[in-house]
Design a protein around this ligand. Sequence first.
Ligand SMILES: NC(=O)c1ccc[n+]([C@@H]2O[C@H](COP(=O)([O-])OP(=O)(O)OC[C@H]3O[C@@H](n4cnc5c(N)ncnc54)[C@H](OP(=O)(O)O)[C@@H]3O)[C@@H](O)[C@H]2O)c1
Length: 311
Amino acid sequence: MPPPCPRTSYRRSTKCRRRIVKTPVSVIGTGRMGSALARAFIKNGHPTTVWNRTPHKAEPLAALGATVAESVDRAISASGIVVVNVSDYDASAALLHRAAGTLRGKLIVELTSGTPQGARGAAEWAKAQGADYLDGAILATPNLIGSAQGVILVSGPLAAFTAHKDTLLSLGNVRHVGEDPGTASTLDSAALSQMWGGLFGTLHAIALCEAEKVDLAALAQQWTETAPVIEGLISDLIARTKAKRFAGDEQTLSSISAHHGALQHLIEITQMRNLDRGLVDAYDTVFRRAVAAGHLEDDFAAMTRFMEKSA
Ligand SMILES: NC(=O)c1ccc[n+]([C@@H]2O[C@H](COP(=O)([O-])OP(=O)(O)OC[C@H]3O[C@@H](n4cnc5c(N)ncnc54)[C@H](OP(=O)(O)O)[C@@H]3O)[C@@H](O)[C@H]2O)c1
């Protein structure tokens, strides 16, 4: 039995002169991210058609081998897979609705950022046009697209993902996270919440250090040392919440009481140094709900029960 032919777009072996045609792909929107997506498809040998509202932004992709379509309709008609990456869902919907007649039988991969509700609405609309729809969230910057760090979550029908997985993997570490089209953007928003929790906490920490004339090099070193501790607390919080283990027990790392007591020091120094209290007051509001409901000695994970305004 001959060895398998190499996975290039043209098989070089004399026994394998047959040309391999990779799945054609169209990319609507060639801003910073859309261009990176198109480059990854081109690099992997996919015939790639691109369209952008401002045509000159697509020209560098033409130099790499992409076909620049004159209209969204033509871009969609060129391929079975249509990746959309524009600023927001409103812009995407306006483009796709105008080209609705071309969508039957296509797979739309919406990689524009948005909300779970927006994703579900777009999925319903696509279904009514006779198109498959996957909604994605890109958890990476353009320079990481096409690499293992190019994490992209997609949700929607698993069958549509499985059928086109090889093509989508050109974009990087693309994972299917659920049948509900809103799952990817829910996880995207969750990642943003975790990221900004850390970044805004660090803004507050920098302000405290500067007000107290503490060298930021010390803060940097302390962060390196405490990051694994915080990571452990976050992993424990998620695991305990999933298991609904809210009561304080022998595995509890810290109770609500311990956290709430420490927060009072942070509030005091924030007040004394005339720093913005918005962040620490927001933490205190959630603590007070849990304390008022009698959960002072529970595991910190019990705080997850008090994130709703009405709790
Ligand atoms: N950049 C990142 O690191 C990153 C990471 C994760 C997710 N994302 C998401 O990727 C999407 C694109 O981000 P980006 O960084 O590539 O932004 P960008 O460089 O500003 O590109 C925006 C793109 O949207 C197009 N666009 C905007 N409004 C439009 C409209 N009304 N009709 C048609 N096209 C329109 C722009 O076309 P023109 O060129 O004509 O203006 C351009 O192609 C966003 O949803 C963003 O949240 C980006």
